[in-house]
Design a protein around this ligand. Structure first.
Ligand SMILES: NC(=O)c1ccc[n+]([C@@H]2O[C@H](COP(=O)([O-])OP(=O)(O)OC[C@H]3O[C@@H](n4cnc5c(N)ncnc54)[C@H](O)[C@@H]3O)[C@@H](O)[C@H]2O)c1
Length: 327
């Protein structure tokens, strides 16, 4: 029996594959490498370069490897791009996932752990955000994830598929073997560290007149090792008969854009020039998770909640691999 990890060559997927293997799990990766990197997955892991929307391939993988559960990371993830190219996001994140679920169902795979996101909540009405917070996404990316949550809920009712949708806040940090290499990069911490490495002239801070202590937006950063462990616990929860759930994953701590830059300057001991620009449309002021349900239901507690540690691990990876996974 094995676990199918879709998107396992991506940032969070590759770290989770590593942790699953360290925990003694059999893992098979399916990734079309549209965004991921073959080098992010050990050569000893069965790897299929292909699309989750390829029914024939998914069916063959399920049969040949005796797939018992699927961790579904594969998706497009760039919020801004989703506004410009909604078709691509609904097609990849919804339609292809829909095909994947049908193939899994046909292969009698009963357990799915799904990568959802805090972007399904939209602009927060209260903080911290718990799972009962209304969901009103501000962009097609958030909608595409919310739609999959809905599809999974209906599959549970109709076919008894059990799932955990993990709503991550801002994934960050690195393991010695896996780090963040999105192209183009849109996430703050890698952009700040690329600036520290001299690969970018400066960091642009979009707005410093928000209602926060230093005027810049606040986010909840969660280490990819902690995300990976949560997937293991979600699998265990499903295997021991747990019912379908939506669960937040965050630290419950918020850090501002300027705090990230300041911490990165301290950690890297490099200059990191920053310039203030106008606010960007659609940026929430604060996003902070209430992860009490993950603690109560999965027994999950983040081990690396401090921004300093998160940035130290990311800096170790970026400075060791300034060109990311590119040789
Ligand atoms: N990075 C974050 O902060 C964050 C926050 C919330 C949720 N998420 C979710 O977590 C998941 C992983 O995010 P990430 O940051 O690791 O992204 P990533 O782009 O690094 O990884 C996604 C992987 O999926 C693959 N992929 C995409 N479409 C595919 C398809 N149709 N078939 C096969 N493979 C496909 C890509 O090649 C890539 O390797 C995504 O579903 C994302 O929406 C990420």
């Amino acid at each position: 029996m094995a676990i199918l990890v879709t998107g396992g060559a991506g940032y969070i997927g590759s770290a989770t594959v590593l942790l699953l293997r360290q925990a003694g799990e059999q893992v098979v990766v399916l990734d079309n490498l549209s965004k991921g990197h073959r080098a992010a997955v050990s050569a000893s892991v069965p790897f299929y370069e292909g699309d989750v929307g390829d029914t024939t391939l998914v069916t063959r993988i399920c049969r040949e490897h005796g797939i018992e559960a699927c961790i579904h990371f594969a998706a497009f993830t760039d919020v801004g791009e989703s506004v410009e190219k909604p078709h691509e996001y609904y097609s990849n994140n919804v339609a292809h996932s829909f095909t994947l679920l049908a193939a899994l169902q046909a292969a009698a795979v009963r357990h799915v752990v799904f990568s959802s996101t805090c972007a399904t909540y939209g602009e927060p009405l209260h903080l911290p955000i718990d799972e009962t917070h209304p969901q009103s996404p501000c962009n097609p990316y958030g909608w595409s994830k919310l739609m999959l949550e809905r599809v999974l809920t209906d599959y549970d009712r109709a076919f008894g598929l059990r799932f955990v949708a993990l709503r991550y806040f801002n994934a960050a940090g690195a393991l010695p073997e896996c780090g963040e290499d999105h192209r183009p990069e849109t996430h703050l911490i890698p952009i700040v560290l690329q600036t520290a490495l001299g690969q970018r002239p400066q960091v642009t801070v979009f707005g410093n007149d928000y209602d926060t202590p230093d005027g810049t937006p606040v986010r909840d950063y969660i280490h990819i090792a902690d995300l990976g462990q949560a997937h293991l616990k979600a699998l265990q929860y499903l295997r021991t008969g747990g019912g379908s759930e939506m669960i937040n994953l965050g630290n419950g701590n918020g850090y501002s854009v300027l705090e990230v830059i300041e911490t990165a300057r301290r950690v890297s001991r490099r200059e990191i020039p920053a310039v203030i620009a106008a606010r960007r449309a659609g940026d929430a002021v604060r996003l902070i998770a209430d992860a009490g349900k993950a603690a109560a239901l999965l027994g999950w507690q983040p081990q690396f909640p401090e921004l300093q540690t998160i940035i130290e691990t990311a800096w170790a990876w970026h400075s060791a691999r300034p060109d990311g996974y590119k040789k």
